[in-house]
Design a protein around this ligand. Structure first.
Ligand SMILES: [Zn+2]
Length: 417
């Protein structure tokens, strides 16, 4: 057995068999509850029965990037610095995209293990995550990092692998399809067979959960497909650890229209245009399924209005769950102060918050209900291992609510190998 590896203050044991951590993007516990009751996901049910299962807390804001970075570094956002897809650089007045590796603080568990000589694989659905997950990961030494979005253009130099479509035996999946996620798992299974890596991180996409509620047939079909693949990962001798970056809630009204608080419009009416700047940190290039609407936004005070005045103006709005100044937001949600707004605004479970109505493209939402995430109400996630815990980690699990960023800790140090 090789020596343990220290990453950001946590010591991780060298795996004696492959460890696969899967991030089920948008994997709200409600899906599992529904399908466990139907008996539709027998492999997950077995993991929960024979291994370990709990509902853990994810990082708030409950968005994809912050949570993937928490999982991959084993730290809260206050440490790794990625608290959304965007923040406002107050000096330039520009919204800065936070999805590049240069803004990620600290090391990733994958890169440190690779440095110590482990074979490491990282596969994501969307390419926007790939670079950040692959921070400092040395591809040249036989490690692999790619996205199913760009599976057809992988190169040895950039990704550590080529001819991925042949390897996986699936056609290039579409951007908005369940196959984009299934491809990630199929590739993981094939690489587990062929390369027997020590660590795999497989991160899916939440397209299905944005579109379909647990009761809808397409969501059930997706989870049956996921479950079969989790079973195949376990059959190949891996420790399989399942979690999610965030949950998902229906945020439409009885008429099927999104329940939106247009916060920039409200603040402009109250303080005048240009006095405040609302940033929706969910915004990315793939807004068709959520219209850049989430349950968490930040307000920067760029004119005369003070944070206190802004908080007072927002506090009474119906559908707002919490409105916090910077210091309180950082303390309560463990966030990095230098990337936090003057005011953080969190929506109730059935409500989302936008900036100005005119700035959001809602055309992609036509014909279906808005399901999205970002708030505290979407920060509960599954935390499942296919192996039981040792005594030390059983105690640890019983002593406090687990954080989803402890998943590598539990998979490497807690699972009975
Ligand atoms: Zn996500």
């Amino acid at each position: 057995m090789r020596p343990a590896v220290d990453v950001n203050g946590v010591r991780y044991r060298w795996p004696s068999r492959p460890v696969v951590v899967v991030c089920i993007d948008g994997g709200d516990p409600a899906y599992l509850r529904e399908y466990l009751a139907l008996g539709a996901i027998p492999n997950i049910a077995r993991f929960m029965r024979q291994g370990f299962s709990v509902i853990a807390e994810g990082t708030v804001p409950s968005f994809t990037c912050p949570n993937n970075m928490s999982i991959i570094t084993g730290t809260p956002a206050s440490k790794h610095g990625i608290s959304g897809n965007y923040y406002l650089d107050v000096r330039s007045g520009q919204a800065v995209v936070m999805t590049g590796p240069e803004l990620l603080r600290g090391d990733t568990i994958l890169a440190r293990f690779a440095e110590a000589g482990a074979k490491v694989v990282s596969i994501t659905a969307k390419d926007k995550l790939r670079r950040q997950l692959g921070k400092d990961l040395d591809i040249v030494r036989g490690n692999i990092s790619f996205s199913s979005e760009f599976a057809d253009r992988c190169t040895l130099r950039e990704n550590g692998i080529e001819n991925v479509l042949d390897l996986v035996g699936m056609p290039q999946p579409g951007m908005y399809s369940m196959e984009l996620s299934l491809f990630v798992l199929e590739a993981g299974i094939r690489l587990l067979e062929r390369n027997r890596p020590d660590l795999l991180y497989l991160s899916l996409t939440d397209w299905v959960q944005h579109k379909y509620a647990p009761q809808e047939a397409e969501a059930l079909r997706f989870y049956r497909e996921l479950d079969a693949r989790f079973g195949r990962l376990a059959e190949r001798g891996a420790i399989v650890a399942l979690t999610a970056d965030h949950g998902m809630n229906d945020k439409s009204n009885a008429a099927g229209r999104p329940n939106v608080i247009w916060l920039q419009d409200i603040l402009d009416a109250r303080f005048g245009k240009g006095d405040t700047r609302v940033i929706c940190p969910i915004t990315d290039a793939f807004v068709a399924h959520h219209g850049a609407l989430g349950g968490f936004v930040r307000v920067w005070c760029t004119g005369k209005a003070t944070p206190k005045q802004v908080i007072d103006a927002i506090r009474g709005i119906d559908g707002i769950e919490a409105v916090l100044d910077r210091e309180t937001a950082c303390r309560v949600h463990d966030l990095p102060a230098d990337r936090e707004g003057d005011v953080a605004v969190i929506a109730a479970p059935d409500v989302c918050i936008g900036a100005a109505l005119a700035d959001h493209d809602l055309s992609g939402l036509e014909g279906h209900r808005l399901r999205t995430h970002g708030g505290v109400s979407e920060a509960k996630v599954p935390f499942i291992l296919n192996a039981p815990l040792n005594d030390e980690y059983r105690l640890k699990a019983g002593a406090a609510i687990l954080k989803s960023y402890q998943i590598f800790d539990f998979a490497l140090n807690g699972a009975v190998a």
